[in-house]
Design a protein around this ligand. Structure first.
Ligand SMILES: Nc1ncnc2c1ncn2[C@@H]1O[C@H](COP(=O)(O)OP(=O)(O)OP(=O)(O)O)[C@@H](O)[C@H]1O
Length: 316
């Protein structure tokens, strides 16, 4: 649905994007995770060409945006919604007036506009609040207005620029829940940028980890979790560096199965648990355990764990 290839963007001497490739599939929630200054906002602004990359191409829903002139681009942008960190609402307009704004720009007539605005407010859980002004709303409600406005043009793609960064944890969760349900119910493809691992863990199907204008790792979350040495897994489970011989086990799907006690019984090994955690991700439940395994048939125990579908990493 979104494909970016070879994106480069310089601001003076600063390389904001240094050859970025991105592929977001239709209907998925794709997170770009990175620290401040990594280039995330620049990447997002290059996807809808609010910022023109110095080189590289961007294709959204089959149209190569980097080839379009300003008029065609404005049209194409109507099918790409955008949600902002600080909501970007017009203080002088009511809630309904804010949501109606893009429809006015598109030239939608009054009656259709009113009907669509009412539908959109209902969709984001703000039915009946149309006459209020943004100042009468909480941060979470303001973001709901921002989302309703972004959906006005029936976009195929929603871009989210740190949509929950200005919100408290409880409100963040409810906004993430709303994005997830829009993704499911409308089949909306969502590309979001965030510096919060929590956002990636709770709603993303895929992720790209960005650093210094480059993507260091990207892919489906389940797939990355099963990849040895994955940065994503290390960041989700911040265990200390392992000592030589220590074993890190990553298991997905059925953490309730007693594989550890099985290997102890079957292979007569001693297991010393050094650390670990279980995380509930949108992609499923994932556990990571750091152990020391000694005695008995250690190698056979490791082979058995691999055969049971665990990722087994032995520190060198
Ligand atoms: N308009 C601009 N003019 C000059 N430099 C810029 C501009 N926009 C971004 N940069 C620089 O490009 C680099 C990437 O910035 P960008 O805002 O894309 O990162 P980010 O990951 O989104 O960070 P943050 O979360 O803090 O916004 C930074 O070094 C930043 O200072």
């Amino acid at each position: 649905m979104i494909e970016a290839s070879g994106l480069r963007k310089l601001y003076g001497q600063t390389v904001a994007l240094d050859g970025v490739d991105l592929a977001v599939r239709q209907g998925e929630i794709f997170g770009v995770l990175g620290q401040s200054g990594a280039g995330k906002s620049t990447l997002l602004r290059c996807v809808n060409l609010l910022e023109r990359p110095d080189s590289g191409t961007v294709t959204v829903a089959g149209r190569e945006l980097t080839k379009l002139g300003e008029r065609e681009l404005n049209q194409a942008r109507q099918r790409i919604g955008m949600v902002h960190q600080h909501f970007a609402l017009l203080a002088s307009r009511t809630v309904a007036g804010n949501v109606a704004f893009p429809l006015e720009v598109m030239g939608v007539g009054r009656r259709e506009r009113d009907q669509r605005v009412a539908e959109l407010l209902e969709l984001v859980g703000l039915g009946g609040r149309g006459k209020d002004h943004p100042r009468q709303l909480s941060g979470g409600q303001k973001q709901r207005v921002g989302i309703a406005r972004a959906l006005a043009g029936r976009p195929e793609v929603l871009l989210s620029d740190e949509a929950t960064s200005a919100l408290d944890p409880g409100t963040t969760e409810s906004i993430l829940g709303l994005l997830k349900s829009l993704n499911r119910e409308l089949g909306l493809t969502i590309l979001l940028i965030t510096h919060e691992m929590n956002v990636v863990k709770s709603i993303c199907d895929s992720v790209a980890i960005m650093e210094n204008g480059r993507i260091r790792e990207s892919g489906g979350i389940g797939e990355l979790i099963r990849t040895p040495g994955s940065r994503l897994t290390r960041e989700i489970f911040p265990l200390p560096e392992p000592a030589a011989g220590h074993i890190t086990l990553t298991f997905t799907g059925h953490p309730e199965e007693p594989v550890i006690s099985e290997v102890v019984r079957k292979f007569d090994v001693d297991v010393n648990i050094l650390g670990g955690a279980i995380e509930e991700l949108a992609a499923g439940s994932v556990g990571r355990l750091r152990v020391d395994l000694a005695g008995g048939e250690r190698d056979n125990a490791l082979t058995y764990l691999r055969e049971r579908g665990l990722l087994v990493e032995v520190a060198g």
